[in-house]
Design a protein around this ligand. Sequence first.
Ligand SMILES: Cc1cc2nc3c(=O)[nH]c(=O)nc-3n(C[C@H](O)[C@H](O)[C@H](O)COP(=O)(O)OP(=O)(O)OC[C@H]3O[C@@H](n4cnc5c(N)ncnc54)[C@H](O)[C@@H]3O)c2cc1C
Length: 417
Amino acid sequence: MTDTAISTGTDESVADFTMRARAWLAENMPRIDPDNPPFSVRAEEKSWERARHLQKRLYQGGFAGICFPRAYGGLGLDQAYQKAFNAECRCYEMPLILNTPSFTICGATILDMGSEEQKRARISAAIRGDEVLCQLLSEPSGGSDLAGVLTRADRVGDKWIINGAKTWSTSAFAADYGLMLARTDWTVPKHEGLTMFLVPLNAAGITMRRITEVNGNEEFCEEFFDGLELGDDAVVGAVNDGWTVATRQLHHERRAVGGGSEFASGTGAENANEMPPDHVGLAAATGQLDDPLVQNLAGRALVRRTVKSQLIDHVSASIANGSLPPNAGTLIRLFHAETTELEIDTALAISGTAGVVDEGSGLLDIGVRYLSRQTGSLGGGSSEMARNVIGERVLGFPREAAADRGMPFNQVKRGRT
Ligand SMILES: Cc1cc2nc3c(=O)[nH]c(=O)nc-3n(C[C@H](O)[C@H](O)[C@H](O)COP(=O)(O)OP(=O)(O)OC[C@H]3O[C@@H](n4cnc5c(N)ncnc54)[C@H](O)[C@@H]3O)c2cc1C
């Protein structure tokens, strides 16, 4: 492969950039065989090694971190260049599993809220393919009430001592650092006593375990913190202002989950079980191509997919030009969850018994995907919470009642107390 450091200035037009990317991709990235697309299982270490390797290639070729600033290892270009690159790289194997949460959520949040040192160290290491980032937010006691986290960070001398537990951390086993929200002041209302930390996941005092999901995957992890020691350099943003950081992180997550982030390191042939199902192919495989009912079902799903893609463009552009508030990213995330469910429900309806009984047709995967079809309506906050955000922060409806509003956190009743 060519290993030249390509200097990319903003004086290069999108068209010229596209031509250069096309030539570089053809020479340097593995072309996908459409009959045998790569299948990277997110729960397997080797998939992450492969992704890091591909990311390193992108970096060496000068096509990594297109929308991240040059000071932190990126190219400092706007979204038009990333979109052009995405269109070119579809036929090539790309390090897609690094996109979420590493680049689109954690990298984007550190860029907005991190210290200069954190940005220089962590963002550039991720862009180089050396490090992966994850999020440590949800806890066994609940994820929707994120400001109610119970993991504690106590000041002892010049250190922070962390005790508590996190759960549902996507790909944490493959990550090097995690953004972790902890409570640093229990005497103030819940949103005011939180601090975000950047945690090195190989530190002493962290025990990590894999969680087995309903479909057999083990991508999620839970972490237990027992006296983990962190310095002030691990604090992201200001002490007791972690809610500002978390809010920004959730903003990036909502956009990323729906596919609206400019920080994704390319797009392309996703894993078969992350791609929208091929409804026409399923109709053909089950001999129903001429059935008007099946045509109707497949057409409805196709329309939804098209509307989703246009909604992403519309909302992203409206947030960028200020005509919609940043919280409108939640519209993308909600529509994405609903579209995914419709797509998979439709696939199962067309597959019929072949999707649930192994008849040798190869359609059993549809049934397995159905088992986890609702992950999109939980990850990044549940769809109910998304509706609350749209109602309260986009449409301006009154806030829902909360018994703990304004109350010092150590006086809030929890569990059986
Ligand atoms: C694919 C996936 C990836 C994830 N990745 C991560 C990750 O990387 N890091 C991480 O920290 N977490 C992650 N999570 C966890 C996720 O953030 C939580 O599942 C989510 O926030 C919901 O929290 P919970 O599961 O504890 O449900 P709970 O908060 O216990 O909620 C239970 C139910 O009550 C409803 N509910 C709760 N409060 C309200 C309310 N005020 N109004 C209306 N309805 C309400 C919820 O919608 C839900 O249906 C992931 C989850 C999934 C599915």
